[in-house]
Design a binder for this molecule. Sequence first.
Ligand SMILES: [Zn+2]
Length: 347
Amino acid sequence: MVTPLYAGITLPDQPQRFTILAGYTQLCGLSIIPSLIPHTGVNMSDKQLIQRRDFLKTAPLMVGGIAALAQANTANQAPAPSPVTVQDVIDLILDHANVEPIQDTVDTIKVGDPDQPVRGIVTTFMATTKVIDWAIHNRAFSANFIITHEPTFYSHGDETDWLENDNVYQHKRALLDKHGITVWRYHDHIHKIVPDPIFTGLVDRLGWTAMIDPDDGRTCHIPQTTLADLVRHCKEHLRLKAIRHVGDADMPCKTVGLLPGAWGGKPQIGFLAEGNLDVLICGEVNEWETNEYVRDSQHTNRPLGLIVTGHQGSEEDGMRTLATWLNEQYPHIPTRHRFADDPFTHL
Ligand SMILES: [Zn+2]
């Protein structure tokens, strides 16, 4: 059995018989990742959220208790416990990930101080200005550490030289600096975990964890439905305002492949063709590639389906599982996941 890292779900052994994708690298947010593997994950349930709220309600009482203890400690000359720093949290996450160290990684601190004591943590798919603002001003707690899956400053490497005089960059940077927020990206390492929590978070949200093909770990065998109903299922469960698809709305679907993020055309098309899929669900496409292949397939004896959730829609729930796990590791540090949401408005 394979035990997922941030969840209580187990998967059957998944031999890496993934010939379709084995020759490719995953392109997720433009980074090249040598991982291709299966997953499982779980989200913060309503019950857990209620428990979290209960914790937040009782936190002041706990703080009072801690203050009393601190007084007693002072009286006994006992040293105060050292605070948890940003680096402590990063080290714990990477220790738990237990993957080969990545030399050239984007998983670095983008803004802030690794030695900063952590007051509260926000996990998110994307550290947007709106998410940063929420971390600072929400009523439940004030966070000073954001863990983001994707870049903060509009390029994969988060280089800022080209943005020094840019109004949008300056505004975001000033907000982070003013409120002492540290931002760390957790991307390359989480995708190297087997099974990949970003994939399993998506599958769990869709309710298909028990339907993952044990052979390739990327296909789900779902009860037969139509493409239109499958689109509705994804839209509802991933909380999307709109969703795009290619293919006949009435086509039967039961073999569904999932490639969250941005893998690029050749891996997506290879998976569709060799994986014997009815439909592929992906995060995003280059619009001259996979969608055109699926469009042309409508004229063959084996028409295919494609559902494009958007990158955010496909990866948000993977990051949510990290918040659940961090809550267990640091029950005294408020940690919440903040939905980054779809940036597009659809008319
Ligand atoms: Zn990703």
